[in-house]
Design a protein. Sequence first.
Lengths: 157, 103
Amino acid sequence: MDTMRRDVLRAGGGVALASLLAATGVLRSGAASAQAWNKAAFEAHGLDATLKALGIGKPPTSKDVTFVSTPDIAENGAVVPIGVASAIPKTESIAILIENNPSMIAGIFEIPAGTEPAVSTRVKMGETSNVYALVKADGKYYLAMKEIKVTLGGCGG
Amino acid sequence: MPDPMKIRANVAGDWTEVKVLMSHEMETGQRKDAAGKAIPAWFIQNVTVTHNGKTVLNAQWGPAVAKNPFLAFKFKGGAKGDKVVVTWQDNRGEKRTDETTIG
């Protein structure tokens, strides 16, 4: 039963991906240069598997990567504000990873030159979890971690 | 057609701060409906922000981004009256583009 549902989901995902790829092709020809969606990385579970899917080893922790306007305790897991700032020169991208969520990566933000290496968004958290900020700067990766306690989970029905 | 985004772009010194509020369910695919059937995932996967045609932010999102997503960041070089354009695309291939002028 459960495996059947998985197969159906997978099949549906394939169709969505195909249409996405077709659509990004259209986008590329326009002004916006949207990137394809890194399916393997977004579907990975756990820190090690996610890093592997992104094609990187375990990065060192950096004090120059900080969480801003991010709570220690989130009362509502459905809306948790998270901000990440990097003081590392030549920051190229910032990713937000939530360890205990079903798929770990919440978002990957590419920072072109001229854009401040800091982003703020809101995420869902199923339960209390370690949250990682993964920064790519000058081709190298750096990590920062913060635990956010969740009073009420945001992924249940 | 999805509801329009709310976009604000304000210049302060060298930096232009962009704040975007999108209208989207961001369904995770983890939830079940009343009949116990899984509700399929439906979420924004790609977001692109441009200033006068130049990309100032590109994002890939998973279903963990909260419903009606919020995004804030700053870029250099914006001037009052310039155009900021935001485009998102979800996993169903649906797209929405909105723009604002920097104030």
